[in-house]
Design a protein around this ligand. Sequence first.
Ligand code: SAH
Length: 215
Amino acid sequence: MVDTYRHKGMRKRLVDSIRNKGISNENILSAMNRVPRHLFLDSSFLEFAYDDKPFPIGSGQTISQPYTVAFQTEILDVRKGQKVLEIGSGSGYQACVLEEIGAKVFSIERQKKLYHKTKEFISELGYKVRFFYGDGNKGVPSFAPYDRILITAAAPEISKELIKQLKPGGILVVPLGKTEIQTMIKITKLENGDLKEEEFGVFRFVPLLKNKAND
Ligand code: SAH
């Protein structure tokens, strides 16, 4: 697993292009500058690894577009040392970006093959993300509550269980919608338990699947 000057140069260009698209949080940009995205894709796809595009990663799933990763992370407003739960580990890329920002990351994936592959690969890379296998709609109650919850698949509704696992003052970010197109929603759980909702434009994610995994 090598990260050469060429890869670093390609990565810097990608990060510059994301900055130009409007992401201004330098902590996020420099975190993305440190995660070797090309290692998350099959080596024959090097040329695609640093395009600002989503890409298939097997099991019918995709690694999110880098801009989308940056955008969701920016809305999530993560601080160093916070506990973050990610729903939809996929390739593990987003989880590594969160860890680079200084978060303690917990991530759940419902596709067993992908869960095993990602867990092994991310630990080889040296990250400490804790991966879980299961239905993310139920969260990971054993480590709750979380400061932040990030859903990286399209959710038809907001799981009450996830809201329960969010700390008062915590933030949950979710692409919400029942069709191919979703609205990015930021939910803040106020200290009195009320929820404040804000909308952040339109995105396309693979669907969040309900209940049992299809291994
Ligand atoms: N965050 C990922 C991209 C996620 S793609 C990355 O950085 O690469 C969405 C992921 O959500 C897919 O891997 C899909 O298998 C997973 N997923 C779908 N429904 C789920 C559910 N109910 N619980 C947990 N993961 C789910």
